[in-house]
Design a protein around this ligand. Sequence first.
Ligand code: F6P
Ligand code: MG
Length: 499
Amino acid sequence: MNGTSASGAPTKVTLSLGHLPSKKDIKAPWPRTPSRVDPNNPPWPAYRGYHEYSFAHATMGVRLPTILGKGIEDTTRTLNEQSSEEKIVDLVQCIERMEVLMTDLSGNAKLRPIIDDGEGDVALWNKEIAKYFQGKDFMNAPWLFAEAYKYRRLHECFSISKFWSDYDVFYRQKCDTFSRSSDAVFELSMRFAEPFKISDNLSDSGKLEAERLMFLELTQVCLWGNSTDLSLLINMTEDQIKALQSTGGDHLAATEKNILGNHLNQLWETVKDLRGKTGGRIDFVLDNAGFELYCDCVYADFLLQSGLAKQIRFHGKRYPWFVSDVTRKDWEWLLNTMVYGQLFPKASDAEIESLRRLGARWKQYEKEGKWVYEQHPFWCTGYTFWELHTEAPDLFLHLSRSDLVYFKGDLNHRKLTYDCAAPASTPFDVAIGPMASSAGAPKIASLRTIKSDVVVGFGEKGDEIAEKLDETEPGWKISGKYAVVLLSEGRPGEKVRFA
Ligand code: F6P
Ligand code: MG
């Protein structure tokens, strides 16, 4: 009814719509149009911690508090080894901050801004929180952001301290994993300690074929180095290895079956043409320290020795990230432990020597500038790589000068694909958005063993393949048993322009 209230202010008109058709259940089309995509609204539906069906739920509710608890245990162990009162008091405060984080995490607190600790990423973090996540909590923010935020908060527990700003609660664990991979470590070092040589007796096409087979095998070594299951490497017998060297075919075919999106051949076609180019620069956006990093380096060594690449640039993290990711300290530790360490008491003299020679060669590459290790602040933000060209244009420009950029592992794949529920048949170039379509986008290869929900690039029948696995092998998306090797077209040669 139209009229005025007791105070004299006009009341609102209410129309009756009872005779109009009922509201329809309208499904919004996916993917979202690019202008409507933002960190809280990915192109396809986001995974969020409160989605009980997703791995996000188990991670946010159980895995992250467990990881943090182990971090507290590690720090307490370090605390008990200290003698200086100043350092002890400082470290106790770090532990107290971790306990506050634990309360926030398990109590599902709202996401607060990051304290300015002088890190290069503070502005990026706080801008993203202010723009997209005000009032959001650990469970209702998209999983990728909430999980990254937890690692940033963990870093903050230490970064604002006086003595412990570089402390890595995962360091002991990372070193340990490498020392426990001895069989696979020596399997590779005994083959690659000496610079490899393709037989001179082969014709040019024979040489290229030998190189192709080696490339395919080592790409798989690099890929499966990201798996939690290292058995693929260490269970090979001498005979299997010999057979593999002579033909390459059988073993490759067997492990390739688990690569559900497979651009290995296209990758070889790309890499083999690099030798002729003046550039031949390949970048690795690294994932995990220890054994995976070691596999990455073996692969990078091959790319360099074969002349396929002239320079390799490795991109690590500035601080401890997603438990096992490579920091500069991990990088240095690996190379130095290979040359000087005594990690493997049961190894033979020949094995120790093979590891030493390999490490010495890699350190020499660094000295000569053939290998470069770097760590841009953007890699430790909550942004996906869809935002790389806008939020870190300097890094985008830097990568655009590369002939090929390898992104290793699960988290990098989540960031490339916006970590959302895209259909498994989505072409890789579509799933990575601006990283494929922006002017200057380099060619990108994602080498990832599948350890979380997002899956793309499975080909035209991809949706059926994924559905079948959902029915027959629950947990297939987190087991690390399956993998993808996906390659984008890239738009190199086009000028990069920033708005
Ligand atoms: O916590 C889950 C997760 O982020 C998953 O994406 C993945 O299983 C793991 O942590 C990180 O894996 P990766 O080291 O291969 O990036
Ligand atoms: Mg990792």
